[in-house]
Design a binder for this molecule. Structure first.
Ligand SMILES: [Zn+2]
Ligand SMILES: [Zn+2]
Length: 324
C-alpha cells in the first residue's frame, strides 16, 4: 500500500478539509521535508477568510522541518542531508530570470501567484498541482531543486526557528526600508508576531522611543511589547492615538511608522501619515490591499481645456477665469 500524506486544505472561505495525498516520489534533484512547525501570520488570516483562488490550497508559508529524504543531486548541489533541520522560504524561483540574477528572487515570475497560474509559492499554490505538497499545514512538503532552504543553527528549537520570517521582516522593514537606527522614534502599529518582532529589532538597533499601538483585545500582547522594549503602548480604542503620539514626541511626530496590522483597513496608514514628523519621516506600508478606498484621484483634476483655451486655463488655475 502506498503511504499517504495528511494535509489541512483550504477549500473555500474559512473552510478547512483534511485530505490525503500520495507520498511523492523524490527525484535525484529534490527532497522531502517532514514538517515540524508552520507559522501563521496576518496574511494567512486574510487569505483564509478571502481566498484569492477557488482552488484547494494547503496553506502554511513559514515552514520549519527536517529533511526526511534528500535526492543525491539535491544534497550535492545544496549541501543538505537527511536529518538536517531547515527553514524553507516560501518563494520557489526559476534561477534564470533577471530578478533571480539580481538576487531578488522574491519578484521572480516563477513564484508570483498573483499573475502566474503555474507559479509555485508555499502556502499559495493549488494542491491540484502535482506533487500536491505545496504548503506547511501538512505532514510533508515537497522541495524541488529550486526551493530556497536555510540551516537552522544548532541549539535553536523548531518553535524558535518558526519566528524567522517575522524577524527577517523586522530587519528588512525597520532597518533597511525604514532606516531605523540610533535615537530613532518609531511607531509600530499592531502588536502581533510581526509588530513584536519589529519591537525587538528596533530596540536592538538603538531606537530611543518605541510606541506600539493595538486594540483592547491586544492587552496581553501590549504587555509583551513593553517587556520586549516598547516605551509606550497605546490602545487606539481607549485613547486618541494621534494626540497621544504628539504628546509623547513633543509635537514633533515619529521618524518611522511601521504598519504591522492585519485586516485593519486604511486606518493605520492614515494614522501613520499623520503621526510622521513633517520633514523626512518614513512610513512602511505592507501593500497587501488591492486598492486604497476613498482615494479621490479622479477629483484632483477639476477642469480640462482645449488648445484654444490656454489663456483661460492659466487664469482659471490662478483663481480667475472659469470659477466652477
Ligand atoms: Zn507570513
Ligand atoms: Zn526567476
Amino acid at each position: 500500500m502506498v503511504e499517504k500524506v495528511q494535509a489541512a486544505v483550504r477549500t473555500g472561505p474559512s473552510r478547512t478539509e483534511f485530505r490525503e495525498f500520495p507520498m511523492p516520489d523524490i527525484p535525484e534533484d529534490s527532497a522531502l521535508l517532514k514538517m515540524e512547525v508552520a507559522g501563521i501570520c496576518g496574511t494567512d488570516v486574510k487569505l483564509y477568510a478571502h481566498p484569492p483562488t477557488q482552488s484547494p490550497v494547503i496553506m502554511g508559508h513559514e515552514n520549519i522541518g527536517t529533511i526526511a529524504k534528500g535526492g543525491r543531486e539535491f544534497t550535492r548541489r545544496k549541501g543538505f542531508k537527511e536529518g538536517d533541520l531547515v527553514f524553507v522560504e516560501h518563494y520557489v524561483m526559476c534561477g534564470q530570470c533577471e530578478w533571480c540574477h539580481l538576487g531578488q528572487y522574491r519578484h521572480c515570475e516563477n513564484t508570483d501567484w498573483r499573475k502566474n497560474p503555474d507559479a509555485i509559492r508555499y502556502g499559495y499554490t493549488s494542491a491540484e498541482k502535482a506533487p500536491h505538497l505545496w504548503g506547511g499545514f501538512a505532514q510533508y512538503v515537497y522541495l524541488p531543486w529550486n526551493a530556497v532552504v536555510h540551516y537552522v543553527p544548532k541549539g535553536v528549537t523548531p518553535e524558535l526557528a518558526g519566528l524567522v520570517t517575522p524577524m527577517a521582516n523586522g530587519v528588512e522593514w525597520s532597518l533597511f526600508d525604514g532606516g531605523v537606527g540610533y535615537n530613532s522614534t518609531v511607531l509600530i502599529q499592531g502588536p502581533g508576531q510581526q509588530g513584536l518582532s519589529q519591537t525587538v529589532i528596533c530596540k536592538q538597533a538603538g531606537a530611543s522611543r518605541i510606541i506600539v499601538t493595538g486594540t483592547s483585545k491586544d492587552a496581553a500582547r501590549m504587555k509583551v511589547a513593553k517587556e520586549l522594549g516598547a516605551d509606550y503602548v497605546i490602545d487606539v480604542q481607549k485613547e486618541d492615538p494621534l494626540a497621544r503620539i504628539r504628546e509623547i514626541t513633543g509635537g514633533r511626530g515619529v521618524d518611522v511608522a511601521l504598519d504591522c496590522t492585519a485586516g485593519a483597513g486604511t486606518m493605520p496608514i492614515l494614522l501613520g501619515v499623520d503621526a510622521l514628523k513633517r520633514k523626512g519621516g518614513t512610513i512602511v506600508v505592507q501593500g497587501e490591499m488591492k486598492e486604497f478606498p476613498n482615494f479621490p484621484l479622479e477629483k484632483v483634476t477639476t477642469h480640462t481645456f482645449g488648445l484654444k483655451d490656454v489663456d483661460l486655463a492659466i487664469r482659471s488655475v490662478g483663481g480667475q477665469g472659469d470659477r466652477r
